[in-house]
Design a binder for this molecule. Structure first.
Ligand code: SF4
Length: 471
């Protein structure tokens, strides 16, 4: 069996000097998910390889010769994934199987472009799926979807895997070793899955449920060591723990941080977190001791009304208290924000920039709200989407008609916040006033945000015309 994985990217990689120092529009890094699945399949089948369009071109003849091609799609890359599937279908007899977050939730859409969809986590599903295909049997397994006599057939809800203890073999990702030496890609480790909360816009819990599952601390440490070795010496030695809510299981988080400390690994880390961790002084001290430099807080909004409307358990005053306490422990804070809530009005860009600058938030990721099918927010807002089914703009751009702004105004607010936060004056301040990774990151983000703004500005005439059409 020749098995190939593809991770499509709607801005496919092309060699450019920019890749050496700029994030080149969006952060280029392959996700650990398909590498983990490829590692599992490689135990039984010899010929397994992954491609990620974020870091390389696809060798098409290698794909056309495959027996099975798994295509893993996020929402923003779904259309590109469908395009690739059509190309494969026209040139190959390979079985095309969709998976990933978007395919799990929008399987009725994805099945139109492939032979099968595998929903949920594939750690245990994919090996059995391939065995059945190899034996010439139908893979009628929970989590599998196909078409029969024109009807969509689902063989039941996906079953989560029992163990997550797999160290992904990053060498199974084509071109990764070469690209890993560049500073625009971060080593990543995913230590736990899911989150017990239930925010209306969260595709993660909609797809994978709210039961948190963890890898053993020793397995996490082994993976960190492997990632650090794989990436070698680089300008910026920071590893990103990509969990959505690492601190959901506190006891496990403490054990894992202690295991990192005991391992003696000397590396810097960054991690996503909810604001509550900012009140846990013992945890913050442990993070510092383990080599963590900053926490990326999913702050999302600055208004209590938005938190309430989207069932995000949070308040503005708690966020502020948390940010201050984290900083008092010598850790930096980064903020992830959403624009385009029903109560958002023009001026939000400036308000956010003031908040970020005043509270010394080191960096931001600002996204216009987007709506993954299967999430509560999609159900309540599907009639206000600009272009149903065109998911490729779900990269932070305005994709809906917000209640109190036009789509163009929304996009302008994102541009404005980015312009004020990543201004030339603040760049100079960072160059002369900041040190180490904080300085390097700000410089990288300055150029990255410049590209993002340019891309968003280019779209403004289109968004203005939509507004006119709607009026
Ligand atoms: S806290 Fe974060 S990961 Fe958890 S449900 Fe909300 S958005 Fe999703």
């Amino acid at each position: 069996m020749k098995i190939r994985f593809i991770e499509p990217g709607n801005l496919p990689y092309r060699p450019s000097p920019k890749n050496l120092y700029v994030y080149d529009k969006y952060i280029r890094t392959p996700s650990n998910g398909i590498i983990t699945l490829a590692t599992i399949l490689k135990r039984e089948w010899d010929d397994v390889l992954c491609y990620s369009e974020s870091i390389s071109k696809i060798i098409w003849q290698d794909i056309y010769d495959a027996d099975i091609v798994f295509i893993s799609i996020f929402t923003f890359s779904a259309n590109r994934g469908y395009e690739l599937a059509q190309q494969i279908r026209a040139n190959s007899r390979a079985l095309i199987v969709f998976g990933g977050l978007h395919a799990t939730l929008a399987y009725r859409e994805a099945i139109e472009y492939g032979d099968y969809v595998t929903r949920g986590e594939g750690d245990e599903l994919l090996p059995e799926f391939v065995r059945r295909i190899e034996r010439g049997e139908l893979p009628e397994l929970p989590g599998v979807v196909c078409r029969r006599d024109g009807e969509i057939v689902s063989f039941g809800e996906p079953v989560p895997p029992r163990s997550l203890d797999v160290v992904p073999d990053r060498a199974l990702m084509y071109n990764f070793r070469k690209m890993a030496r560049r500073s625009t890609i971060w080593p990543q480790v995913h230590a736990s899955r899911s989150c017990p909360h239930n925010c209306d816009y969260c595709a993660l819990v909609a797809a994978f449920g709210r039961v948190v599952r963890t890898r053993s601390p020793q397995n996490v440490v082994e993976d960190i060591r492997a990632a650090v070795d794989f990436f070698g010496k680089r300008m910026l030695n920071i590893l990103w723990i990509t969990d959505d809510n690492f601190f959901a299981d506190r006891k496990w988080a403490v054990e894992t941080l202690n295991a990192i400390i005991e391992s003696g690994i000397k590396y810097s880390f960054t991690i996503q977190a909810r604001y509550e961790v900012g009140f846990d002084d013992d945890m913050l001290e442990l993070l510092k001791k383990a080599g963590f430099e900053e926490l990326a807080l999913g702050i999302e909004f600055l208004e209590d009304e938005s938190f309430e409307n989207y069932h995000k358990k949070s308040t503005y005053s708690e966020i502020l208290r948390s940010v201050r306490n984290i900083q008092s422990h010598g850790l930096r804070t980064r903020g992830l924000f959403i624009f385009g809530a029903d109560n958002h009005t023009p001026g939000i860009g400036k308000r956010l920039a003031d908040f970020v600058i005043k509270n010394n938030i080191s960096g931001v990721l600002i996204q216009s709200m987007y709506f993954v099918p299967g999430t509560p927010v999609y159900e309540t807002h599907k009639d206000s989407l600009i272009d149903q089914g065109n998911w490729s703009r779900c990269t932070g751009k305005a994709v809906h008609y917000p209640k109190n702004m036009t789509p163009a105004q929304l996009q302008r607010e994102v541009i404005e916040a980015s312009r004020l936060i990543y201004s030339r004056r603040r760049l100079i301040q960072a160059i002369f006033g900041k040190r180490g990774s904080e300085r390097i990151l700000f410089i990288g983000e300055y150029f990255w945000q410049k590209e993002v703004r340019r891309d968003m500005k280019r779209e403004l005439p289109y968004l203005e015309s939509l507004t006119t059409e709607k009026a």
